[in-house]
Design a protein around this ligand. Structure first.
Ligand SMILES: [Zn+2]
Length: 313
């Protein structure tokens, strides 16, 4: 889980010396050289803190490499030319314990990983991909944190499915289970005004799902949110750019061919905007089936559902 808000270093407060001292400390602590991955046109330097993983450094770099391939598949290339991933080993622990991504130059992700973490646990983990999705959208003022987290939450499983590292049924089962958390609660005052966890992550993700379906319905399923997000990135809107939200949404709408993001934002920013999820799931052909979901090939929007997770051509 990322906690960018208060811990995030903005471009205005980052000092080159501070970044350098962090890097030096960690390298001095581990005595290890960084590993450089070249994926999707980007260079990712992986730095290890002192410690030893059961899966070895190769197991960790494979996990980071899979995440980089997932975002590369989704965006068409790695979102930034250079990034740093700093892996902090946690002794006697298993699992991935939160990541945080900073918009320093180059962008940096700090992630804590238990030394006892298994290869299977890493394959099932979403955190690294989530953090790398953050690289592909401009830095936003605090009140728009929901769109940064919403995109990361929504795109992460789709990117992994498109790259072939997550089953499509699992993507929809998790969304079916978790998206209701993003519906406005009793005290909700709109996405820009409500700063709790559920609204920030799942309210933002619900905005993305609804926008994706809207784009596809309005363009005859030729374009979706993926085209919008690629368009924003193509105009330079990565984590190292400070943009107003309106600029990002205008660039996205232009790339995807319909003013979906701009219109949806106007409705949802200052007032609770609820989505009829049961109807949306029915139209997409997604229904509960035991602990998972079944996907109907005959539903009204089944082709849109399939296009969302299809590997881009
Ligand atoms: Zn995040």
């Amino acid at each position: 889980m990322i906690q960018k808000g208060s811990r995030r270093i903005t471009r205005r407060t980052v000092l080159a010396g501070a970044v350098l001292s962090i890097a030096t400390r960690n390298l001095a602590g581990s005595g290890l050289d960084p590993v450089r991955l070249k994926i999707g046109g980007g260079e990712i330097d992986v730095q290890f803190g002192a410690g030893a993983f059961d899966v070895g450094r190769d197991g960790i770099t494979n996990w980071i490499s899979d995440a980089a391939k997932a975002v590369t598949t989704y965006y068409g290339h790695f979102p930034v030319p250079q990034a740093v991933v700093e892996v902090a080993p946690l002794a006697n622990k298993s699992g991935v314990f939160g990541g945080v991504t900073y918009n320093s130059l180059p962008a940096r992700t700090n992630i804590e990983v238990g030394e006892r973490t298994s290869e299977t646990a890493l394959k099932d983990d979403w955190t690294m991909t989530h953090e790398m999705v953050h690289l592909g959208f401009p830095n936003m003022p605090r009140r728009h944190h929901w769109i940064e987290e919403g995109i990361a939450t929504y795109v992460e499983p789709i990117g992994r499915a498109q790259a072939g590292t997550l089953r499509v049924e699992k993507v929809w089962a998790d969304m079916f289970h978790d998206m209701p958390k993003g519906e406005p609660g009793p005290g909700s005052r709109g996405l820009d005004q409500t700063h709790n966890w559920a609204t920030t992550y799942w309210g933002g993700a619900l905005f993305c799902l609804f926008a994706d379906v809207q784009f596809r319905e309005r363009t005859g399923n030729r374009r979706g949110l993926q085209d919008a997000l690629r368009g924003i990135l193509d105009e330079g809107g990565n984590i190292n750019a400070d943009w107003p939200i309106e600029r990002a949404f205008q660039a996205g709408d232009k790339a995807a061919g319909a003013p979906v993001l701009t219109e949806l934002y106007a409705k949802a920013k200052d007032t609770p905007f609820s989505i009829d999820l049961p109807t949306l799931w029915r139209r997409l052909g997604i229904s509960a089936s035991g602990g998972s979901v079944s996907l109907s090939p005959d539903a009204e929007l089944a082709t849109i559902r399939a296009a969302i997770t299809a590997k881009p051509i």
